[in-house]
Design a protein around this ligand. Structure first.
Ligand code: PLP
Length: 456
């Protein structure tokens, strides 16, 4: 088979500044050993997140000029609404400035103290928003998803049996809605099958519980379904996406992912009461419902980006880049999550840094090594990000200790990927010399963004 090429040419460039190893050691020390405090210009390859970091197309930049900045009922809103409706077919559509704004308003309007919200795996902002409103956020990931060596095709699936048990345990009246996250960001960026989305919907429906999809990477998930699920081969991605949304009662989305833009989000639903409550809070917090905290030009760029994300050649290229790096690392013995996720390559830090116990944060140790050795910035998805404590205040280790290399969309080229592989393999070869860490300062919620670390 021929090499899958980038289905675009580059018309505008941004310089990369590679500072020396000595400078990097100094910078990381000043950043309290937390890469979130580094200056972006000191990170040659910045894989902190795929969120809002992508490159827009010429068509999107051109669309910005058409932005109608009218406060209410602008032309740009009409375009946004019709694009989102075409893909999701929901009755009520609300723009928000980010995904978490949609989550926050949903939680504020639908959650009571003591409620329970099951999900395959809650993303950190989703969990934080639900818990802040008094709910218990429960993860019900399938067994395959917990096994970092399984190469099952849909490791993001919900465990339907566990969902049934969860409903029986807490009672349907305590569950205002169930969620499913596609692709499963915190569970390795692994996809969810159409069959599983359907089964989740059926299980919830049997108890009259609505289903809310966390749709951040719906286009990547649609691509995986077209590649891996019986009956979907050759089906246009937009039709797969439409079927996915047909099973949901509502959805939240961060357009910074598969919207292919740098800012934006939405909430969509069918229920009139949900929409009314959401709208009133939206006006209070984000803005009038036809702009929801975004500029008219953002709405234009989103309308173009959402459709570009559903382009098959784009998804083929995007997935090929992850596969390329995953394979290179795997062949060198580096413990990676297999198969590759949709937006990231995940290193298994527990296996990578075997000599470091979970509560000495092997993921952070690995991330800091990648920065020192190669000016690469990655993120931990493990004990630090989840920051769980029991009733007595003892810290609980996460099941998985992952390091995520998240890829901005349409930004890095193949030589960047080759460089990454070289640095990671070098760190792997001398892994024994890296130490665990302790936390010296932390916040109560979302501590990973701001905590300070000290080397053991
Ligand atoms: C990014 C993300 C969110 C939150 O979106 P923001 O735009 O960052 O607020 C929620 N869920 C998932 C799965 C995400 O990846």
């Amino acid at each position: 088979m021929r090499t899958i090429i980038e289905p675009f040419r580059i018309k505008m460039t941004e310089p990369i500044n590679l500072i020396s190893k000595e400078e990097r050691i100094e910078k990381l020390k000043k950043a309290h050993n937390n890469v979130f405090f580094l200056d972006a210009e000191d990170c040659a390859i910045d894989l902190l997140t795929d969120s809002g970091t992508g490159a827009m197309s010429a068509q999107q930049w051109a669309a910005l000029m058409l932005g109608d900045e009218s406060y209410a009922g602008s032309k740009s809103w009409k375009k946004f609404e019709s694009t989102v409706r075409n893909i999701t077919n929901f009755k009520h559509i609300f723009p928000t400035h980010q995904g978490r704004a949609a989550e926050g308003l949903l939680a504020m309007t639908r959650i009571k103290d003591g409620d329970v919200v099951p999900n395959n795996s809650h993303f950190d902002t989703t969990r934080a928003n639900l818990e802040f409103s008094g709910a218990k956020a429960i993860n019900l990931l399938c067994e395959d998803g917990l096994n970092t060596e399984s190469d099952a095709p849909f490791k993001g699936n919900m465990d339907i049996k566990k969902l049934e048990q969860c409903i029986a345990k807490y009672g349907a009246d305590k569950i205002p809605f169930g969620m499913i996250t596609i692709t499963n960001n915190t569970g390795g960026g692994q996809p969810v099958s159409m069959e599983n989305i359907r089964a989740t919907k059926e299980m919830l429906s049997a108890h009259k519980i609505p289903l809310v999809i966390d749709a951040c990477r719906f286009a990547e998930n649609s691509y995986f379904i077209s590649e891996r699920e019986e009956g979907y081969k050759g089906k246009p991605l937009i039709e797969i996406a439409q079927e996915i949304f047909s099973y949901a009662d509502a959805a939240t989305m961060s357009l910074k992912k598969d919207g292919l833009v740098n800012i934006g989000g939405f909430f969509v639903c069918n229920n009139n009461d949900w929409a009314e409550d959401f709208k009133n809070m939206l006006i209070l917090r984000e803005g009038f419902p036809t702009y929801g905290g975004l500029a008219g030009r953002d709405l234009e760029a989103i309308s173009v980006g959402l459709m570009e994300a559903l382009d098959l050649d784009y998804q083929k290229y995007r997935n090929a880049t992850m596969r390329y790096l995953n394979k290179k690392l795997d062949e060198s013995g580096v413990p990676v999550i297999k198969p590759n996720g949709g937006h990231a390559v995940f290193l298994d830090a527990k296996k990578f840094m075997k000599h470091i116990p979970s509560l000495e944060y092997p993921g952070i140790s690995l991330i800091n090594a990648l920065y020192i050795e190669g000016a690469i910035r990655a993120v931990e998805i493990g004990s630090v990000m989840f920051g769980s404590f029991d009733k007595d205040g003892n810290e609980i280790a996460s099941d998985l200790e992952l390091v995520r290399l998240a890829f901005p969309r349409r930004v890095y080229t193949q030589s960047h990927f080759d460089y990454l592989a070289e640095v990671i393999i070098e760190v792997w070869k001398k892994r024994g010399q890296y130490k665990g860490l302790i936390i010296t300062k932390q916040a109560k919620v979302l501590r990973h963004f701001s905590c300070h670390f000290k080397s053991k």
